[in-house]
Design a protein around this ligand. Structure first.
Ligand SMILES: Cc1cc2nc3c(=O)[nH]c(=O)nc-3n(C[C@H](O)[C@H](O)[C@H](O)COP(=O)(O)OP(=O)(O)OC[C@H]3O[C@@H](n4cnc5c(N)ncnc54)[C@H](O)[C@@H]3O)c2cc1C
Length: 457
């Protein structure tokens, strides 16, 4: 790697938008999760696709790794420059390029955040539904195949990216997909890139599916005597075909953390938080049918409302769940992990996870997008006690193994990064080697976000 020569060439292209300042390197060497600080050699701030292309070409010529960066909120060390190199920060490529109301789609640059896009769409009657707990960029969300509370109704990034443009390791710029809602034209390169974590190329543009803002929305919350009955209520709601837009689970420990952080008055018991979208009449009916199911499973009264400020407060509390749980233990850091299982195995997966955590020395509140069979454990550790980190990693690993054994996946939405490569073989078998073959075909020198997703990259 000839880093000095590469930085010299890059500074001719980017001027002051190539930074080596201590604060920039630290900001981009830091992960939201538990990984140790890993500083890149430099941070580049491109403003156009042609600049991204120049960056990739220069880095390729000098054998320097290139790592994309959106909002830096990914949880498995995805954006860390573990082999050095240049972090390409997309925050200056943050324009909404074209909204096409008639086709219900939008083209954006990758640095647009999900909240900024929805702000821009406000007057159109359309919205973009995928909502991870952080205000992530759409580029980062596409690269981690993110999802959130609404995936049960609107799908994940896999379902909502229609196409994209990417700069490949050899400097070629490709576009994938079209704006048509379906296509049978060859391999699905969009699907290949979505979830590739920046290991196959840098994304410079995305075309996304939009959805109509529902005429009416109802949302509510209820408590259950135990986690098993809450999960059974979820399963029955799905089997009855009640069209949920969101259905979120919070364990008793999470409810306690919500109360302390958001001033809510939840019982210290497992809870479901639910939302329905539709007409005024349909959302009332859905809420009432759901209330009956809750009662049948021994739940408390389902308190629901169609008032916007009450719904906003409910979901703000849910979206701040990670911070509420962190704040519930002074000085704690977290190993955050997510798994996803078939809905019929959800109760078993949650119960066995809770028992495993209870048998350890750690606290690990559980919450999640249970309508998809997806849930998180936030394993709290004291950073001054390294043995707690090892315990948390072992718990997280066992969660992943359990999910795979139950026919699910070691991550429903956070992705692999560096943190979960040790579960890839168990989940994919020889398929993991095929991923490595694809990586080597597109990036033979291993310069695009090395050390992530595939074996020996
Ligand atoms: C409080 C909190 C709650 C969260 N809740 C959820 C949740 O509910 N659901 C969920 O899915 N995730 C969740 N996450 C994780 C995180 O928000 C997602 O992984 C998100 O998609 C990351 O987006 P980002 O913009 O921060 O990307 P980054 O972290 O900056 O990057 C993510 C990956 O994409 C690559 N990358 C970024 N931009 C590009 C580009 N233009 N081209 C090529 N590669 C690129 C990076 O190299 C990296 O590998 C949460 C995180 C936090 C901190």
């Amino acid at each position: 790697m000839q880093i000095t020569a590469a930085l010299e060439d890059l500074s001719h292209v980017l001027g002051e938008r190539l930074s080596r300042s201590k604060s920039d390197l630290t900001q981009h060497g830091h992960s939201e999760s538990y990984f140790p600080e890993t500083l890149p050699d430099a941070v580049a701030y491109p403003e156009s696709e042609s600049e991204v292309r120049r960056i990739v070409q220069i880095c390729a010529r000098h054998g320097v790794p290139v790592i994309g960066w959106g909002a830096g909120t990914s949880l498995e060390g995805h954006g860390l420059a573990v082999k050095g190199g240049v972090v390409v920060d997309f925050t200056r490529m943050n324009k909404v390029l074209e909204i096409r109301q008639a086709d219900m789609d939008v083209t954006v640059q990758p640095g647009v955040t999900r909240e900024a896009l929805n702000e821009e769409l406000r007057a159109t009657g359309l919205f973009f539904p995928v909502d991870p707990g952080a205000n992530a960029t759409l580029g980062g969300m596409a690269m981690t195949r993110a999802s959130g509370t609404t995936a049960v109704r609107y799908g994940t990034m896999r379902d909502n990216v229609l196409g994209l443009r990417a700069v490949l390791a050899d400097g070629r710029v490709i576009h994938t997909g079209t704006r048509a809602r379906k296509s049978a034209a060859g391999y699905d390169l969009t699907a290949l890139f979505v979830g590739s974590e920046g290991t196959l190329g840098l994304v410079t543009e995305l075309t996304l599916r939009l959805h109509g803002v529902p005429e009416a929305t109802s949302a509510g919350i209820c408590a259950f005597p135990d986690m098993g009955s809450a999960v059974e209520a979820v399963q029955e709601t799905i089997q009855m075909g009640i069209p949920m837009a969101r259905i979120e689970f919070a364990c008793a420990d999470t409810a306690r953390a919500f109360n302390a952080y958001a001033g809510s008055d939840m019982e210290t018991a497992p809870h479901l938080m639910v939302e329905f979208h539709g007409s005024a009449e349909s959302v009332r009916q859905d809420a009432e049918r759901f209330a009956e199911i809750v009662a049948d499973h021994g739940g408390s009264r389902f308190r629901w409302s169609t008032r916007e400020e009450e719904r906003r407060a409910l979901w703000a509390m849910r979206h701040n769940g990670y911070y509420a749980i962190l704040a519930s233990q002074t000085g704690a850091r977290a190993v955050v992990t997510d798994i996803c299982v078939p809905i019929s195995r959800l109760a078993q997966a949650v119960e066995e996870t809770q028992n495993d955590i209870a048998a350890s020395s750690l606290r690990g509140p559980i919450l999640g997008h249970v309508g998809d069979g997806n849930f998180h454990a936030i394993l709290l550790i004291d950073p001054a006690r390294p043995e707690q980190f090892d315990t948390a990693k072992a718990l997280s690993h066992r969660m992943g193994e359990r999910a795979i054994m139950l026919g699910g996946t070691c991550t429903g939405e956070h992705g692999i990064g560096m943190g979960k490569t040790d579960l890839m073989e168990a989940e994919h078998g020889d398929g993991w080697d095929v991923m490595g073959d694809i990586k080597r075909a597109l990036d033979p020198k291993g310069l695009m976000n090395p050390g992530k997703v595939v074996r020996g990259a």
